[in-house]
Design a protein around this ligand. Structure first.
Ligand SMILES: [Ca+2]
Ligand SMILES: [Ca+2]
Length: 247
């Protein structure tokens, strides 16, 4: 009797596992539409990020690179992610890609180059990513570039996670910022595009993104607890006052 139950279960489990493997092999999908230029949307915010683009050929030290660890940017796959191109200080024509939950990378910007510098982009141009499928409700987003990928489609990929890079080097600087006006959280990310090092100015591709969870967001204290705490303090105060009266 027991064997009779176990056997179909084992078959069902095998089917589920092979189904999962098929889902893993199948790449995720998303929709990419143009966003309003960030400078047009919010000039103060645009200017803030522009002022944080590093000076050409000014090397950043390792300690300056990562106020934010951007290797696992969490996002709600039922919402949108907005990505804005801020700057390019590079001779290369770099391709920007992203991965979600370590799946095969997808192209986001084929040629991340400014007008007058080998491309057609304006600072602040952006895209809205939406309608994600093939991903769990919360997934990990990771930016990467293909160094000079517009010219050389088989060139090396450079990940946000340095341990995935063929040269083992850090190619990203990043920080998080909450806009004072809107309360919205943004992620700033700058790439160094030369495999093996380069001039370490980390401004070869600079992006700003919205839609990721702020890892430093303070944990909310639930209202009932803080209310009780106030009552408790009040009770102690009343108790103290009563004691004084009685004394
Ligand atoms: Ca540069
Ligand atoms: Ca550089």
């Amino acid at each position: 009797m027991k064997i009779g139950i176990v056997k179909p279960f084992a078959v069902a489990a095998t089917l589920v596992i092979s189904g999962l493997m098929a889902a893993e092999a199948q790449a995720f999908s998303f929709t990419q539409t143009e966003a309003t230029n960030l400078e047009v949307q919010n000039k103060a915010l645009f200017d803030f990020f522009k002022s944080h683009v590093n000076t050409e050929r000014a090397a950043l030290s390792a300690s300056e690179l990562k106020p934010l660890d951007a290797t696992g940017l969490l996002f709600d796959t039922s919402e949108t992610v907005e990505v804005y191109f801020m700057y390019e200080g590079a001779g290369y024509k770099n391709e920007v890609l992203f991965t979600a939950d370590n799946q095969a990378p997808k192209t986001l910007i084929a040629n991340a180059s400014l007008q007058g510098s080998g491309g057609t982009l304006k600072s602040g141009d952006g895209w809205i990513l939406s309608d994600f499928s093939g991903l769990p409700g919360i997934a990990q987003f990771e930016f990467l570039i293909r160094s000079n990928g517009y010219n050389k489609p088989n060139n090396t990929l450079l990940y946000t996670d340095a341990s995935k890079n063929s040269d083992g080097l850090e190619h990203v600087t990043a920080f998080g910022y909450t806009d004072e006006k809107t309360g919205e959280y943004y992620t700033f990310i700058g790439f160094e595009d030369i495999v093996g090092g380069g001039d370490l100015d980390y401004n070869d591709v600079v992006l700003v993104a919205k839609g990721f969870t702020n890892p430093d967001a303070p944990v909310d204290v639930p209202e009932p607890i803080s209310g009780l705490a106030v009552l408790a303090v009040g009770a102690v105060a009343v108790g103290g006052a009563l004691k004084k009266k009685m004394a």
